[in-house]
Design a protein around this ligand. Structure first.
Ligand SMILES: Nc1nc2c(ncn2[C@@H]2O[C@H](COP(=O)(O)OP(=O)(O)OP(=O)(O)O)[C@@H](O)[C@H]2O)c(=O)[nH]1
Ligand SMILES: [Mg+2]
Length: 333
């Protein structure tokens, strides 16, 4: 793509309200980092095959597009994998909120056409909804990676979804108004790279328009932002205080930092509680669904056995009836 990558720490040249904050979520190995790199136009994040998670923590990188548009891309580890520890996940979410400042313009939910869609992935969306409210789905865009593999099989995304779209995936697509895009993160074809990133960014633009230009935020975002701003302002103020010793200034700063850290801790604990509650509820729901499915299967099985028995009985009776006249005539003769 035609984007120029600039460091996460460097100052953007466009106003902050012109920036786009994109967060990538999805199961470990689905290609979040590879997609983030495709958007950025360079290998900013480590992306490789492996059975365990490659990305260990949320990280932001940014790029500036040709038109001056700054795009902040936040890569995350597999936060909603069932193996993820809830305390770690909560800390990462808080960290991620801290990075987005003004809010999230789009959540890119990454699936891979190379991996089978799992129930766990369906559950991840419900976890997102339970943490951030139903409104979050208005910001979701589904990214399917592995476009090259579909191409090798002469298939389009529509073909793939026509043959491989389990109910939970269908529901996710419906939830986000069928906003989806196919990515081939392996291609060296510059035109193809530009086209797929362009398609994604135009979906991001339509999400922004649909949401009245407002990125996703809620009270938690607002509180954390307020806390961070307060800490920064207080520290500047303390630095300008006259008549205090270095030690006193450093103690004052410590106190302020502690109050902000306490706020972060409380928010993390709140997320952890919500996460545990949602996971338990979803596990129960899944277990109930499985039990219902099993019961239905058993009922079908027993109906089949019964019907087989009845057919067997009928066959026997028919055979006996066929035998009977012969016996009768035999008796008469
Ligand atoms: N063929 C093909 N492979 C891809 C594509 N996108 C990603 N991959 C591969 O999939 C593997 C995992 O990609 P990552 O980007 O590391 O996945 P991730 O979601 O960031 O994984 P974690 O950081 O572990 O959560 C790597 O070997 C990538 O090269 C794609 O479009 N096509
Ligand atoms: Mg990664």
């Amino acid at each position: 793509m035609g984007g120029r990558v600039i460091d996460a720490d460097s100052k953007p040249t466009s106003p902050s309200n012109g920036e786009r904050n994109l967060v990538l979520v999805g199961r470990t190995g689905n290609g979040k980092s590879a997609t983030a790199n495709s958007i950025l136009g360079k290998r900013a994040f480590k992306s490789k095959a492996g059975s365990s998670g490659v990305t260990k923590t949320c990280e932001m990188q940014r790029t500036m597009l040709k038109d001056g548009q700054v795009v902040n891309v936040i890569d995350t580890p597999g936060l909603f994998d069932s193996s993820a520890d809830s305390e770690f996940v909560s800390k990462e979410i808080v960290k991620c909120i801290g990075m987005t400042k003004d809010g999230i313009h789009a959540v890119l939910v990454v699936f891979s056409v190379r991996n089978r869609f799992s129930e766990e992935e369906g559950a991840a969306i419900h976890i997102l909804e339970s943490l951030f409210g139903k409104k979050i789905s208005d910001y979701m865009i589904v990214v399917f990676t592995g476009g090259d593999e579909l191409e090798d099989n002469d298939e389009t995304l529509e073909d793939y979804l026509g043959r491989e779209c389990p109910k939970p995936l269908k529901e996710i697509l419906q939830l986000c108004d069928n906003r989806c895009v196919l990515f081939d993160n392996k291609t060296k074809d510059t035109a193809k790279r530009t086209e797929q990133v362009g398609k994604l960014l135009s979906l991001v633009n339509s999400v922004i328009v649909q949401n009245g230009g407002q990125p996703y935020t809620d009270e938690i975002f607002a509180e954390l932002k307020k806390g961070a701003t307060k800490l920064r302002d207080q520290q500047v103020e303390v630095d300008s205080l006259k008549g205090y010793s270095r030690r006193e200034i450093s103690e004052l700063k410590e106190q302020m930092k502690k109050s902000y850290d306490d706020q972060l801790k409380r928010t993390t604990e709140m997320f952890e509680y919500k996460l545990k509650e949602t996971t338990t509820r979803l596990e129960q729901q899944l277990a109930e669904e499985q039990a219902t499915r099993l019961k239905a299967e058993q009922a079908a099985q027993s109906a089949q056995t019964k019907s087989n028995d009845e057919i067997g009985k009928l066959k026997k009776e028919t055979a006996e009836i066929r035998e009977q006249p012969k016996n009768g005539w035999c008796a008469i003769l």
